[in-house]
Design a protein around this ligand. Structure first.
Ligand code: INI
Length: 158
């Protein structure tokens, strides 16, 4: 049996991060976590590009444009969609998730869903801590793992 598994190798890989400015106090902490993870895993600043968009709803179109360039092997999407009193949350969170998955499958590159979708601000704060749980860090780890895994699968099949 062949087992194909990522060894978290980051050599030759360029990472794009798309950050939603909406709920920026949360987003900035997710970004901090993601950048900290990439740096600790050996990714140089030169191999990271950061794109800022107004809200999570705009993340898929930015991801599509980035993927189209063919320059980035992985895209990390960061943001926070926090439930309010109206159905707006469902539309924004749903569109972001579906759009991100669509881009990922269309271009065959990992587009990581590092967007918090929470019922309230407290839940978002808990998941964007600079000391404990940080979903930005987790998203960056997923990006490293999946970027490497894609290469491994391609080599294996080629
Ligand atoms: N965008 C977010 O990223 N998070 C939210 O919580 C949010 N809420 O709650 O409204 C949000 N809305 C803006 C949306 O993403 C678009 O920027 C806007 O609708 C313009 O297209």
């Amino acid at each position: 049996m062949d087992i194909i598994e990522s060894d978290l190798n980051i050599k030759g890989r360029k990472f794009a991060i798309i950050l939603s400015r909406f709920n920026e106090f949360i987003g900035s902490q997710l970004l901090e976590g993601a950048l900290d993870c990439l740096s600790k895993k050996g990714v140089k600043d030169d191999n990271i590009v950061l794109i800022k968009v107004p809200g999570a709803f705009e993340i898929p179109i930015a991801a599509e444009k980035l993927a189209e360039t063919g320059k980035y092997s992985v895209i990390i999407c960061l943001g926070a969609v926090i439930r309010g009193g109206t159905p707006h949350f469902e539309y924004v969170a749903g569109a972001a998730a579906t759009g991100i998955q669509t881009v990922s499958l269309k271009y065959g590159i990992p587009v990581v869903f590092g967007i918090l979708t929470t019922d309230n601000v407290e839940q978002a704060i808990e998941r964007a801590s600079t000391k404990k749980m940080n979903k930005g860090w987790d998203a960056a780890m997923t990006a490293i793992e999946m970027g490497c895994l894609m290469d491994k699968i391609e080599n294996k099949q080629g």
